[in-house]
Ligand binder design. Structure first.
Ligand code: GAR
Length: 211
């Protein structure tokens, strides 16, 4: 059976950014757009948290925002179906999860194959999930880093687009390690989005090729 190949579109794209907190990765992506480095616009910044700092930042930047309260829905699938409807109305080409701390349902992921990216503060497949820097310190790894990957129903296990490595020092705390990794996140996430809309990403099975 021949392998299905996905090539990212070369076009001016419409993006959605999903966040639940501070929004520093959203800011890094938006700054890159404002500098003309990414051929896309952010059509909506979406959150499951009304008080997310990132949502406030998006409003200050005059971006379209959307908040939906998960408690207003009878199930996770119902919630995601409403979000999907909103995104399809806009016609988004790419969804960037930027500290979105709610697991997407498989139904959601299946609606946007190779159209959802996530940033994770570790070198996947090591340390998926939460409290990642704590786990890295406890394990005693000498290097950690950041990963941008496509999102599939297997949480934190989709095809890897870009990674960046940072050293772990003996006197590191969760805070100092997180800070070192975050710097790299802010560099590689905009880069991955840029490559996507330059039509330079090709996914073959688990592997992402950059042209
Ligand atoms: C970032 O460190 C991101 O990698 C992490 O949440 C933080 C959000 O920061 N995401 C995950 O852990 C996802 N599993 P930000 O709101 O300042 O972008």
């Amino acid at each position: 059976m021949s392998e299905k190949i996905f090539r990212s579109p070369k076009k001016k794209g419409k993006m959605a950014v999903f966040l639940s907190g501070r929004g520093s990765n959203f800011r890094a992506i938006h700054d890159s757009i404002l500098k003309g480095k990414i051929n896309a616009e952010i059509s909506v910044v979406f959150s499951n948290k009304r008080k997310a700092q990132g949502l406030k930042l998006a409003k200050e930047r005059n971006l379209n925002t959307l908040y939906l309260n998960p408690k207003d829905y009878s199930s996770k699938v119902d919630y995601d179906k409403t979000v999907i409807q909103e995104l399809k109305k806009i016609g988004v080409d790419l969804i960037c999860l930027a500290g979105y701390m709610k697991i997407l349902t498989p139904h959601f992921c299946q609606q946007f194959p190779h159209r959802i990216m996530n940033i994770h503060p570790a070198l996947l497949p090591a340390f998926p999930g939460l409290h990642v820097q704590k786990k890295a310190l406890e394990w005693g790894v000498k290097y950690s880093g950041a990963t941008v990957h496509f999102v599939t129903p297997d949480v934190d296990m989709g095809p890897i687009i870009l990674q960046s490595v940072v050293p772990v020092y003996q006197d590191d705390t969760e805070e100092t390690l997180s800070e070192r990794i975050l710097k790299e996140e802010h560099r590689i996430y905009p880069e991955a989005v840029k490559l996507f809309f330059q039509g330079k990403l090709e996914v073959r099975g688990r592997r992402v090729f950059i042209y």
